[in-house]
Ligand binder design. Structure first.
Ligand SMILES: [Zn+2]
Length: 405
């Protein structure tokens, strides 16, 4: 078959506004950008080309932390049950089990949530999936099936997540190993100190399985103050010892939001040197990791929706551009460079934390992008325009929040 040299292929997208404000024509070959050239404004444009008419083109968003198995999005409303004596992870897990027993089938709920995220512009995702002695591998098996069904439209990493602890839920370590064997990409963890009350024992299992299976790590860490900081130090030390730079993330890491500035500076340096990324969703009224200070220290800070209509929080809309808005709002970001940093957290930094290949609007990158009406990135972050078209490998797959059939 005759194949044309790249420079003979006509651009498919005209007048795309790039992040630097320039207008460009985009050519996509085999699902990747093969040319990005200044807008030609040709009097007779190629008939099949799509005129983006100056819409801002952004790389598809990165949903870095979500729970596909436990959301009730699209299901009946499940009213939030408050903890009886302040926030308590163990009690919240018990509420969750009760709610899940009365929920719509998991596959249906996971698809609802997935299509919400894709419709908003996320084409890469990391989902934690519950593994414990009670549900065993049922959640993992269901979500693996859902991932397979959506493999052509979104890249999903799955974390085998010990929602009920590891040592406190006998048999979980073996189930986590099995989950990795079945296809989970990462091993999770949960508050080694406050949940399992054994930091060493918990991390021995997590890092041991990561080493055995060549898996990445993403640990839920809600423990605050010096206790949380101690756990962060332990995680960083083990990451360095195993040469896992760039393969380990700590989700939430609330402790970084409530320690003294000098301790934070040291922690930032340590995390950057160890290659441990930090995930935040800028949660409610809770202290959270200071995004600007950590980024300045060289730490990869990424973001996720985390809870969407689940037993933990009723909020969440699966829109990572809105998440950038929340992060910027809670961080007191006002200047353009700060708003651009909030955007970076849900895009480039997310891609870096997830180890995505070919991310961005650049020649050679995958043509996974979102077109929306905004003058530039800072305006997109504050205005959160809807009316988006989402392209996967150069093909429109979602418009105005809904998948295109
Ligand atoms: Zn989570």
């Amino acid at each position: 078959m005759l194949s044309l040299p790249v420079d003979c292929i006509l651009p498919q997208f005209l007048n795309a506004k790039l992040a630097d404000g320039s207008l460009a024509d985009l050519t996509v070959t085999d699902g990747r950008f093969s040319a990005i050239t200044p807008a030609a404004n040709a009097p007779t444009p190629p008939p099949s080309a799509i005129d983006l008419a100056g819409q801002l083109v952004l790389p598809a968003f990165v949903e870095g932390h979500i729970h596909l198995d436990t959301s009730f999005y699209g299901d009946a409303w499940h009213p939030h049950i408050p903890c009886t004596d302040g926030f308590d992870v163990r009690e919240r897990v018990a509420f969750q089990m009760r709610n899940l027993e009365q929920a719509a089938p998991m596959e249906e709920r996971a698809k609802n949530q997935l299509e919400l995220c894709i419709g908003n512009g996320s084409l890469a995702m990391r989902s934690h999936v519950m593994v414990d002695a009670n549900v065993e591998l049922k959640h993992v098996q269901t979500i693996l099936g859902v991932r397979e069904k959506y493999r052509d439209v979104i890249d999903i990493q799955l974390v085998a997540f010990p929602q009920s602890g590891i040592l406190s839920s006998p048999g979980t370590a073996e189930l986590l190993d099995e989950a990795l064997k079945l296809g989970c990409d990462l091993i999770g963890g949960l508050d080694p100190a406050s949940f399992d009350r054994d930091v060493k024992g918990h991390l021995d299992v997590v890092f041991g399985l990561a080493e055995k299976r060549g898996a990445g790590i993403d640990i839920h860490l809600h423990d605050g103050g010096t206790l949380g900081l101690f756990e962060i130090e332990e995680i960083a030390a083990r990451t360095r010892a195993l040469g896992m730079h760039g393969k380990v993330a700590i989700s939430h890491a609330y402790a970084l939001g409530d320690i003294a500035p000098d301790a934070l500076a040291k922690a930032g340096e340590m995390l950057a040197a160890s290659g441990v990324a930090i995930m935040t969703n800028a949660p409610g009224k809770h202290p959270f990791p200071p995004v600007a200070a950590l980024r300045e220290a060289g730490v990869t800070v990424f973001a996720g929706s985390d809870n969407i209509r689940d037993s933990w929080r009723p909020y969440g809309d699966g829109d990572m551009l809105n998440r950038a808005n929340m992060i910027g709002y809670r961080s007191g970001f006002y200047e353009d460079r700060e708003l651009e940093a909030a955007w970076d957290v849900v895009s480039r930094a997310g891609a870096s934390a997830l180890g995505l290949e070919g991310y961005g609007i650049a020649v050679g990158a995958k043509a996974n992008f979102v077109a929306l009406k905004a003058e530039h990135v800072p305006e997109a972050v504050v205005a959160v325009p809807k009316g988006r078209t989402v392209y996967r490998a150069g093909r429109a797959i979602a418009r105005d929040g809904a998948m295109i059939e």
